[in-house]
Design a binder for this molecule. Structure first.
Ligand SMILES: [Zn+2]
Length: 190
């Protein structure tokens, strides 16, 4: 199911997610929702807190840019090592329309549980290494905008507030229109 992706600075995005104790069907359902929501929004990664679930679960799919990789779901991901540095222009599904350069490690080694609860270790580079760092950041309540200058972050915050106000107005309008349609339907039936 495609879930609504929270927009920064939503307070849930600042919270720390909790470790998963058992990889069961509820976690696999969460993983499916994360993939559905990520693909619907054309993203390469999504973390559970972005759909309001404070659990240590992320999904990634960088295959459009890295055909040798594959879609990955990671439960309780832990970065074991970081090698080198690289500047990468990052965006985030919770900060729509924005992109800024962030300094990241070029190569990372991550340990995680897969969808079956089996421990895996992966060493990766390129976009996948960036995405792993970006998504694991979400699990500790850190956004890519926390890695950029205060000035740039505050400008983005203003644009997000405007965007949220516009979305809120749209929602209210739609609700009012639906209500009107419902009451219109009732009087016609009478
Ligand atoms: Zn993000």
């Amino acid at each position: 199911m495609v879930r609504e992706i929270l927009v920064w600075p939503h307070p849930v995005l600042k919270q720390k997610a909790q470790p998963v104790t058992v990889v069961d069907d509820s976690i696999r359902a969460l993983i499916k929702d994360l993939f559905d929501s990520m693909y619907a929004a054309d993203g390469v990664g999504l973390a559970a807190p972005q759909i309001g679930v404070l659990k240590n679960v992320i999904v990634l799919d960088t295959t459009p840019r890295q055909p040798e990789s594959k879609p990955l779901a990671m439960v309780n991901p832990q970065l074991l090592s970081l090698e080198g540095t690289v500047d990468y222009r990052e965006g985030c599904l919770s900060v729509p329309g924005e992109a800024e350069d962030v300094e990241r490690a070029a190569i990372v080694t991550v340990r995680y549980l897969d969808e079956q609860g089996v421990e895996q270790t992966l060493r990766c580079d390129g976009l996948l290494a960036i995405a792993v760092q970006h998504e694991t950041d979400h699990l500790s309540g850190t956004m890519f905008v926390d890695h950029i200058s205060t000035l740039k972050r505050e400008l983005i915050r203003k644009r997000m507030k405007k965007l949220q106000a516009a979305q809120e107005a749209e929602r209210k309008e739609a609700a009012a229109a639906a209500k009107k349609a419902r009451s219109g339907g009732r009087s016609e039936a009478r």
